[in-house]
Design a protein around this ligand. Structure first.
Ligand SMILES: [Zn+2]
Length: 353
């Protein structure tokens, strides 16, 4: 026999005090009470009686009864199906518009009584919760739009300069050379060929060795996307995302306006914001990646590697002062200018709450 809970008379009294759908204040009061006491059946407005035939709930919000370390699955008695013993942990604030009462009960208890009405109430609650979540999200994030727009605009010089470096580099490193370089850099890790020995066994079972070529790790090169994503200049993407952010900003005026917005519009605004801020983050990452490629130490690695691998590898790349030289050989190499803007650090993107 499960543990019995003594229910006070006050809890059983029908409190038809709620002619209107419970306000946000009532909901907050209930959630706070349950969180603090762990005894939803003692909340001042709760009616601890079974649901009369024909009365159908609207679900207002969900809650969990705190365990306070007891690790039980059932904590609170349910007015509807088990009024004197622990029945549920996951509960729902159920409002009964016909009776003007509120019952704090097990979240799925009404399903057995009336599956269709339970499903309708549940779907309506989910829709409402989505709308509240979207509302909160937009209230937190939309004020960041001006900062995001500023960050996007501020990245144009870097994007332009790096796109130019990329285009010049590709022009110098054409055809086979580019392929060789791309292949060598695909993993981001350079290798050099050296001679080694491999054990062999003849058909007669005599052990021997033979010369083989082995690949050894030489070093890592950062930001190889500059050479890999040739058809993917940054500027057009940055322009598109800047426009998108500006458009979102023009749709958002202030909070009261946000509250008037219907759910579909809110949901589309949330999606638009998520997409645009994710894209801007990606663009920032691309720019930083390309900036790592043109860093002196990085190009020095590449230059040492190309020297060591010559003459098989037909590429020469070297950092000279602020710029770098690229070509088939040192003699035939040409200078690729790295504009100062390419190196300029980016702003920090606003932190998302
Ligand atoms: Zn129940």
């Amino acid at each position: 026999m499960p543990e019995q809970i003594a229910i006070p008379e006050a809890a059983r009294r029908v409190k038809a005090d709620f002619p209107e759908f419970p306000s946000n204040e009532i909901v907050q009061e209930i959630l706070e009470f349950v969180r603090d006491t762990g005894e939803p059946w003692l909340w001042r407005g709760h009616t601890h009686t079974p649901i009369p035939e024909g009365s159908v709930p609207k679900y207002v919000w969900e809650f969990d009864v705190p365990e306070f370390g007891s690790k039980r699955q059932a904590i609170a008695p349910c007015p509807h199906c088990q009024p004197n013993a622990p029945k549920y942990k996951h509960g729902v604030i159920a409002y009964f518009p016909d009776e003007h009462v509120i019952r704090l009960m097990g979240a799925d208890c009404f399903r057995t009584t009336n599956p269709e009405a339970h499903e309708v109430a549940k779907r309506e609650l989910e829709r409402f919760q989505r709308s509240v979540r979207n509302q909160r999200y937009l209230q937190e994030r939309l004020p960041l739009l001006p900062d995001l727009i500023h960050a996007a605009e501020a990245a144009f010089p870097q994007a332009e300069a790096l796109d130019a470096v990329q285009a010049n580099l590709v022009r110098e490193v054409q055809g086979l050379m580019l392929q060789t370089l791309q292949q060598a850099l695909r993993s981001g890790e350079l290798r050099v060929r050296s001679k080694g020995k491999e054990a062999t066994f003849s058909r007669e079972g005599v052990a021997g060795t033979r010369d083989v070529e082995v690949l050894e790790r030489f070093g890592a090169v950062d930001g190889v996307k500059l050479l890999m994503e040739l058809r993917s200049p940054i500027q057009p993407k940055l322009r598109a995302v800047t426009e998108k952010l500006r458009e979102l900003n023009s749709r958002y005026v202030d909070d009261p306006k946000l509250k008037e917005m219907h759910d579909g519009e809110k949901a589309s605004l949330v999606r638009g914001f998520q997409q645009a801020s994710r894209r801007l983050t990606d663009i920032y990452a691309s720019i930083k990646d390309r900036q790592r490629f043109i860093a002196p130490a990085n190009l020095a690695t590449l230059a040492r590697w190309s020297e060591q691998e010559a003459p098989e590898v037909v590429v020469f790349i070297e950092r000279v002062g602020q710029n770098f030289r690229v070509g088939k050989t040192r003699v035939s190499s040409r200078t690729i200018e790295i504009p100062n803007a390419a190196r300029r650090p980016l702003l920090s993107l606003p932190a998302m709450p």
